[in-house]
Write a protein that binds this ligand. Structure first.
Ligand SMILES: Cc1cc2nc3c(=O)[nH]c(=O)nc-3n(C[C@H](O)[C@H](O)[C@H](O)COP(=O)(O)OP(=O)(O)OC[C@H]3O[C@@H](n4cnc5c(N)ncnc54)[C@H](O)[C@@H]3O)c2cc1C
Length: 380
């Protein structure tokens, strides 16, 4: 049976997230982008009303929502600003591997921390020489008695400047590639861990992105999240669970483009008539509406699969790849609909275009999604 209707709970969740976006995100989005500033007060308020960490199970203090609810929240927050949304929800990337692979003690401690205080956590695979090629990471770990010692560098890490703890992937031996990778939970205040410079970005400027340096960082055995040889699989499974959210963020951004363009096209006149009456403008806007609906169906199916234990990771990659590429095209077209006004900062669409670009880069580029999809098609 197929049922596309939303439950009363879903409608209520959309209403709450939509109101929060309208009142707390949209009004400050342009200023936060301009100043490259993350509004921590907004994070705290979102945490208070349950929009942060929604998928933490009830036994660890969370609301135990599913991936579908998480994605619905993502779409709504992204309508206001994908930069703020990315940072508000990036805990999901750090808590997912703990949910998937953590011991009971680790879940109690770290998921419990996320639900007892408005704190942030980051997830770190990427390095200066290993982004797409996760198996090629250079950050090393070595076992010293009951402890592990980490050395290396991570980069482009969302919320690294604010995180209270990090999920960090490292290898015992770079030649082993994926077979050498383990994962660790590393507390922010561990000696030897240093957060580097915050990146000055093209888009999603409200979201914090920074480097992490690890110099002889001693991690107790209790914080080993995935042993050698299991870390790579944990990283990939995490992406399988979080990629639908990129589709959801893309949907929110496209919906915003669509609304801005419909309103503008009715007002702006050329050749004596609103541009909404020109078929070539209508065509661009109609395409936007198609992409919104198609991406939403994909991310909701991917999230539904995850919530119902249906293992079909290709759909997560469809949602991510199609959503990211659609968002980029839609934002480029939104600038086109606005003409010269689209190119200046007084109007909202140039920011949407800058913000959309990273959807095609983080959590596996659009090219990597095609590789993941093709591997599943060819059974590789
Ligand atoms: C704002 C932002 C936030 C981020 N947040 C995080 C985070 O929280 N945690 C984290 O770990 N990382 C994070 N990242 C890093 C992100 O995941 C990587 O940038 C991304 O995976 C791409 O890696 P790369 O930049 O090294 O590009 P590269 O891997 O160097 O790729 C460069 C280009 O080559 C293409 N390419 C690479 N390999 C292939 C191939 N085999 N076939 C075809 N094309 C290929 C890519 O698609 C891309 O177009 C973030 C990045 C940004 C920009």
């Amino acid at each position: 049976m197929v049922d596309f209707s939303l439950s009363e709970e879903h409608k209520g969740l959309i209403e709450t997230a939509r109101r929060f976006t309208k009142e707390r995100i949209t009004p400050i989005a342009a200023a936060c982008d301009h100043e490259s500033r993350f509004p921590m007060d907004v994070f705290k308020e979102a945490w208070e009303i349950g929009l942060v960490n929604p998928t933490v199970p009830a036994e660890y203090g969370g609301s135990g929502m599913g991936e579908l609810e998480n994605a619905i929240i993502t779409e709504e927050l992204a309508y206001g600003c994908t930069g703020i949304q990315t940072s508000l929800l990036a805990n999901g990337l750090a808590l997912t591997p703990i949910k998937l692979g953590g011991s009971e003690e680790q879940k109690k401690k770290y998921l419990g921390l996320l639900t007892s205080e408005p704190v942030m956590a980051s997830y770190a695979t990427s390095e200066p020489d290993a982004g797409s090629d996760v198996a090629g990471i250079q950050t090393r770990f070595a076992q010293h008695g009951d402890d592990y010692v980490l050395n290396g560098q991570k980069c482009w890490i969302t919320n690294a400047s604010y995180a209270r703890f990090y999920v960090i992937f490292a290898t015992s031996n770079t030649e082993l590639r994926h077979r050498g990778i383990a994962a660790f939970i590393v507390d922010r205040d561990t000696p030897g861990l240093r957060v580097g410079k915050k990146e000055d970005k093209l888009g999603q400027r409200a979201s914090d992105t920074a480097q992490i340096f690890l110099e002889d960082v001693v991690v107790p055995k209790a914080n080993l999240l995935a042993p050698e040889g299991k870390g790579f699989k944990l990283a990939m499974e995490t992406f399988n669970q979080t990629r639908p959210d990129i589709g959801a963020g893309a949907t929110g951004l496209m919906r915003r483009c669509l609304d801005e363009c419909v309103a503008y096209a009715k007002e702006r006149k050329t050749f004596g008539t609103p541009i909404a009456n020109h078929q070539l403008v209508q065509w661009m806007i109609a395409e936007m509406a198609i992409r919104v609906e198609a991406t939403r169906l994909l991310y909701q199916k991917a999230a539904w699969n995850l919530d119902h234990g249906v293992r079909d990771p290709i759909v997560s990659s469809f949602a991510k790849a199609y959503g990211a590429d659609s968002a980029m095209q839609t934002a480029v077209d939104a600038v086109q609909v606005f003409g010269g006004n689209g190119y200046v900062k007084e109007y909202p669409v140039e920011k949407l275009m800058r913000d959309a670009k990273v959807l095609q880069i983080y959590e596996g580029t659009s090219q990597i999604q095609r590789i993941v999809i093709a591997k599943q098609l060819f059974g590789g």
